[in-house]
Design a protein around this ligand. Structure first.
Ligand code: PHE
Length: 364
């Protein structure tokens, strides 16, 4: 019995003296490992008579328990000490003055989205959003693009392998137009919204990236006609490009979700070989640039969204935010928008304090 007690005292003293986790581990192996001293004692229990076992068993088990507990406690203490010393040595002084001014800038896409929100807020529009992962009903079907419609193929859609719980195919939205559907189904008309956000198409070159940004506009009310659309777009483009001499050209076009559909060009003037938005677009020293797709919301879309097209009409438009930024601020490669190159961001980015306001100017 005294052997067991002195073995225990010795082991506990050894454990208390350890300085490293490796030493703790070595002691654990020496005591409780396969051929450890405590393990060997436990093995002797099997060969004892019942009386011997009754006498010595509790002491041997108590030995194993106290050694196990002492090892665990020592290990935890050493780990805590290691953490404490690391925390002490890695301390940083938060009261030191910064030796560098705050870095970073507002990306032109964010800036243009803020400009759009500001301009349209003044016209009574609020900002609506929708998810980038959409279902094919909202992205296509509800927008009058049925399953077999060729426009589906035109969109170079990224599909997910699985369908949602309702059995709808899931995809990365190819345009912001599903927000039209979400808006009409999620509230009571009239509606006046813009919806800026990311969209995705499997396409890549100097003017196309697989992810880009669009802004959608939607007005649903009573007695809305093409004149309202034209005035709204003209007012918007004048405010955005900060010029009064913005001339629009509306061309008949086709989108499944608008009827009639109009593509909107804006006149530009050549100044030192650069295309500057503004002016009449005459061929002498300028031309026309397509900036928007738009039209009167198709009655089928209004009906699909649960409204009566005899009662409610409206217009919608959509355009690329990145493209608007390029036209306004003069970048020529869309891919650079998403490279994260600090030199590009320093050159084209905006100060965080340069918040666009109509009173202060939505420009730079
Ligand atoms: N969704 C169309 C596109 O991505 C743009 C558009 C929006 C056209 C609304 C008409 C009305 O090309």
């Amino acid at each position: 019995m005294t052997e067991i007690i002195s073995l225990q005292d010795g082991l506990l003293a050894d454990i208390a003296r350890t300085d490293t986790l490796d030493e703790v581990e070595a002691l654990r192996v020496g005591a409780l490992g396969k051929s450890g001293v405590v393990t060997a004692l436990l093995k002797t229990l099997g060969a004892m008579t019942p009386d011997e076992r009754k006498a010595k068993g509790p002491a041997i088990h108590a030995l194993r328990e106290s050694v196990t507990a002492a090892l665990a406690a020592r290990k935890a203490a050493l780990e805590q000490a290691a953490l404490d010393s690391r925390l002490a040595s890695e301390r940083i002084d938060m009261t030191l003055p910064a030796d560098m001014p705050p870095q970073g800038s507002v990306h032109p896409v964010s800036q243009v989205m803020d400009e759009l929100a500001e301009i349209f807020a003044d016209l009574g529009f609020s900002v609506a959003t929708g998810p980038e992962i959409e279902d094919d009903w909202r992205n296509f079907t509800a927008l009058n693009i049925p399953e077999t419609h060729p426009a589906r193929a035109m969109h170079d859609t990224f599909y997910f392998p699985d369908r949602d719980v309702e059995g709808r195919a899931m995809l990365l939205r190819t345009h912001t137009s599903p927000v039209q559907v979400r808006t009409m189904m999620g509230g009571e008309p009239p509606f006046r919204i813009i919806a800026p956000g990311r969209v995705y198409r499997s396409d890549s070159d100097a003017t196309h990236t697989p992810m880009f940004h669009q802004v959608e506009g939607l007005v649903i009310d009573k007695g809305i006609h093409l004149g309202h659309l034209k005035w709204t777009l003209e007012t918007f483009l004048k405010a955005f490009f900060e010029r009064e001499d913005i001339v629009l050209r509306l061309r008949p076009s086709y989108f499944p979700f608008t009827e009639p559909s109009v593509e909107v060009d804006v006149g530009y003037t050549l100044e030192k070989g650069q295309r500057i938005i503004g002016g009449s677009g005459d061929a002498e020293n300028g031309g026309w640039m397509e900036v928007l797709g738009s039209g009167m919301v198709h009655p089928n879309v209004i009906r699909n969204c649960g409204l009566d097209p005899d009662e409610w009409q409206g217009f919608a438009f959509g355009t690329g935010v990145d493209r608007l930024a390029m036209l306004k601020y003069g970048m020529n490669d869309l891919r650079a928008f998403f490279d994260g190159d600090l030199r590009w961001l320093r050159h084209y980015g905006f100060s965080a304090l340069d918040v666009p306001t109509l009173s202060g100017g939505v420009g730079a």
